[in-house]
Design a protein around this ligand. Structure first.
Ligand code: IFM
Length: 838
């Protein structure tokens, strides 16, 4: 059957694959999200019905291997899903104990609806058809609803419906965290509300004291009317349930509607969560009413955020799935929530809901479609600038040192011990020395500014972050008399396999190329940022930050003298001393283990260490080619005082690609991007791998614990920017479409400085529709041909996308436009000055 590009669908119940389905069928609205667990299920070896609040963290201490360890977790909130039925006195719905005659599950991406259709037979031979629909409301972020339709096919009689709010939950979603203290909730209140059809459950996190109130209204309808029901409410400290009993005839359909409101003490504009939740359920309409406004909210999101690819339904569906999960994690409802974007979404408990550098892969999509969400995520970082300053101070450094893993407060949340499930050993986790996270934040600030020209943001928040991050790099870089250069020592690059030299007991590597180039970029950019800030604010910032011209000049000097290590033939070395590492027998390990993406764990279990080998988990040096064009990189590297010939890039890509296990889902995104123009076939293979990462769980079990949002958003951005070659320079918009053979066309809108640009790329034509009032570049370069770009115009460039070259169309240029074939020589926006009004 042809794939529906708007639907993720499953046939049959598969207990072994259920936890993966639950993660992929999560519904959320940027305020909270709930895994796609069956309504009637409880947490067990098959199901894990988790609910997570954006920014809903709590800390617990555990004694482990003789150490007291404090972990901060994104808390699994009370389960609001429970909804089930049975013929009176028969068996409650249970997929593992009943005969399943039919089972279909659909996630409707367009409408944000999760559906299940099933027919079951119980021990007494009753055949019943059931249909569930569920939403987590995109417009009213505190609301969710379930509809369960019950049709007895072979029986008549009394039916019981059970509905509950379950606060007995703990954080148990990740097997390897099970030794850690996982009880985060204390019960406060459970009761029936004044309205007998409504229950209330209130709990509080036991350290961060976030109060959570859930109210659930359960009603039944038959032929559009509410029949008389017997209703019994059972109350325990941390659980409240209602059982509704009524008569049902064979062939009749009973509709059960459970409407839930979730409020917390983090909410604004309320007096108190319980009161707000009760009022919201009282005022909520029926399921169909809620559905209508929810679908409308999703439609508005898709109007802005959809990316359409021609004639490849699976790619289309997966790209939409990725956008869908991104917008369920961060949406317009996230704005003002003071929440960052957790690497694993709000979809599971992996990495405890922490926030890493993965924003670097996520923000470009948001910048171009939902800049107000990007801004909100940057403000999450800004609010934690005082913590970042404290971290720098504690390390004896200046400026701001952002944590590798961030949660509630901005302190370092990285774990200190890591369990290798293969060996059963807890080993030190040094990943917090990935200082490059600060550079990623600086880059995100700059890109947002380039894309939006939001001068208020830059003046109030962005410039300060950039300057403080630059100060950190300037203080970390140490002058080396022997080389006459600055070194950055004791860090980790993005490749998490290498955290130390095999010949040293001390964690950290010296002069990681990625880190040093990014540090140089930050130091340079910080030197110019105040030039873009409104003059009065600029003076204020200079005083507030005690910024003197000598300090800025010092940044320039450091940027110009940072060390960059090289190996044979001009290939950039991942870090100093990389050439002393041994080659790994990749074929031997593949033959022995098959899946070697977690080579670090394999080698540790063998009593060896991946630190000894030229083996990377993910792109490290190659990140440079992902983030910067070859011209920008040459500029940066020559600015550091080295020769750099972009001709060496293909060899560098081959070198590291052959030595990478893709143990991080981010890796294939980067490799596909850097190969997009030189090796389309290989780039497509890698993109396909990145697209399948979560939907097919290619890492064998990780997606069930939460999606990989960086890779999800990264694939969308790869199509959006990587394959269109879209770049904004000072005065020129550049396009150089380079789609894989398999994709026949691409259609999207892009927001630039408050205006929507429309791109339609097909096999034989590129069309660019420029909006009225366009404030962006006034020229467009398609491949090497430059044309004027005027507001309100639609330009068409005939081309042969998958072969042959480009030919300029006479009508592409307005009569008085100078057409030049000279390559554009201005700076790309990532390093340039925004044009247009501020
Ligand atoms: O940030 C990533 C890192 O690069 C690889 N390990 C997982 C982290 C969270 O996604």
């Amino acid at each position: 059957m042809a794939e529906n590009p708007w639907v993720l669908s499953y046939d049959g119940f598969d207990p072994a694959g259920e936890s993966l389905r639950e993660a992929l069928c999560t519904l959320g609205n940027g305020y909270f999200a709930t895994r796609g667990a069956a309504e009637e299920s409880e947490a067990d070896e098959v199901h894990y019905p988790g609910t997570y609040l954006a920014g809903g963290y709590n800390r617990r201490v555990t004694d482990l291997s003789g150490r007291s360890i404090e972990n901060e977790d994104l808390v699994n909130l009370p389960n609001w899903l429970p909804l089930s039925f049975r013929p009176e006195g028969g068996d409650w719905l249970n997929l593992r104990r009943m005969g399943i005659l039919d089972y279909r599950q659909r996630l409707d991406l367009k409408r944000g609806v999760l559906e299940r259709h099933l027919r079951v037979t119980d021990g007494a031979g009753h055949v019943t058809a059931l249909a569930f629909r569920r939403i987590v409301h995109m417009r009213h972020p505190n609301l969710a609803a379930i509809e369960m339709r019950i049709t007895p096919e072979t029986w008549s009689g009394r039916v019981e419906v059970a509905s509950a709010l379950d606060g007995r939950v703990i954080n148990a979603g990740v097997e390897r965290y099970r030794e850690l203290n996982s009880k985060h909730l204390a019960p406060l209140e459970a009761r029936e509300a004044e309205e007998p059809d409504t229950m209330l459950l209130v709990a509080e996190t036991n350290q961060s004291h976030i109060r959570i109130a859930q109210a659930a209204r359960t009603r039944v309808y038959r032929d559009g009317a509410e029949p008389a029901v017997e209703r019994v409410t059972d109350v325990e400290d941390d659980h409240v349930a209602q059982t509704l009993t009524l008569e049902l005839q064979r062939g009749e359909t009973l509709s059960v509607e459970k409407t839930v409101a979730l409020f917390t003490s983090r909410d604004r504009g309320i007096s108190e969560p319980a009161q707000a939740a009760l009022r919201a359920t009282r005022e909520a309409g029926r399921f169909e009413d809620l559905l209508a406004t929810h679908v409308q909210a999703w439609q508005l999101l898709w109007d802005r955020g959809d990316i359409v690819v021609d004639r490849h339904p699976r790619t289309q569906m997966i790209l939409r799935l990725h956008v869908f999960h991104l917008l369920q994690t961060v949406s317009p409802n996230t704005i003002d929530q003071d929440a960052g974007v957790p690497a694993r979404g709000l979809h599971g408990e992996a990495y405890r809901g922490h926030i890493f550098w993965d924003e670097l892969f996520i923000l470009p999509y948001l910048d171009f479609h939902f800049p107000e969400i990007a801004r909100s995520l940057l403000l999450y970082r800004y609010r934690r600038l005082p913590d970042a300053r404290r971290l720098a101070r504690e390390a004896g450094l200046a400026g701001a040192k952002f944590p590798w893993q961030s949660g509630s407060s901005g302190r370092e949340e990285s774990q200190v011990l890591h369990l290798n499930p293969r060996s059963g050993r807890w080993t030190p986790d040094n990943s917090h020395i990935q200082r490059h996270v600060g550079a990623a934040i600086a880059l995100n600030v700059w890109r947002y500014w380039q894309s939006t020209c939001d001068r208020d943001f830059l003046g109030q928040y962005g410039a300060e972050m950039l300057i403080e991050i630059a100060r950190f790099w300037a203080s970390l870089a140490k002058w080396n008399d022997a080389t006459g250069r600055y070194d950055i020592r004791g860090v980790m690059g993005p490749d998490e396999f290498h955290d130390a030299y095999p010949w040293s007991d001390v964690p950290g590597l010296d002069n990681n190329a990625y880190t040093n180039v990014l540090a140089a970029w930050v130091l340079r950019r910080a030197g110019e940022v105040l030039g873009h800030v409104e003059p009065v604010r600029r003076k204020e910032l200079e005083r507030l930050l005690a910024l003197e011209p000598e300090e800025v000049a010092g940044w320039g000097r450091i940027a110009g003298k940072l060390t960059l290590p090289f190996i044979d033939g001009g290939i950039i070395a991942q870090f100093e001393g990389y050439d002393r590492l041994e080659e790994l027998d990749w074929d031997g390990y593949r033959a022995k283990y098959g899946d070697i993406h977690r080579l670090d764990r394999i080698l540790e279990a063998e009593g060896d260490s991946v630190n000894r080998y030229k083996a990377s988990k993910q792109a490290d040096v190659l990140m440079l080619f992902y983030l910067f064009s070859s011209a920008e990189l040459r500029d940066l590297i020559t600015g550091m005082g080295y020769d750099f010939d972009p001709q060496v890039i293909p060899r560098t890509v081959d070198y590291y690609l052959a030595r990478t296990s893709h143990g991080s889902t981010l890796s294939r995104v980067v490799h596909s991007w850097v190969l997009a123009r030189s090796d389309r076939a290989r780039s497509w293979e890698l993109l396909k791998g990145a697209l399948e990462s979560d939907i097919s769980d290619i890492q064998g079990g990780t997606t069930a614990e939460g999606i990989h949002l960086g890779a999800m958003a990264g694939t969308v951005d790869l199509v959006q920017r990587g394959q269109t070659g879209l770049e904004f320079y000072d005065d020129t918009l550049a396009l150089s479409p380079c789609l894989p053979q398999e994709l026949q066309g691409l259609h999207l809108g892009l927001m630039h400085r408050g205006h929507w640009l429309r791109l339609d790329i097909s096999c034989d034509e590129v069309r660019v529709a420029v909006p009225v009032g366009w404030p962006g570049p006034h020229r467009i370069r398609v491949r090497n041909e430059v044309h004027d770009l005027a507001a309100g115009e639609e330009l068409r460039f005939p081309c042969q996308l998958h072969g042959g070259g480009w030919r300029p169309a006479p009508e592409a240029s307005p009569p008085d436009t100078a057409v030049t074939t000279e390559p554009e020589r201005g700076k790309r926006s990532a390093g340039g000055t925004p044009t247009g009004s501020s």
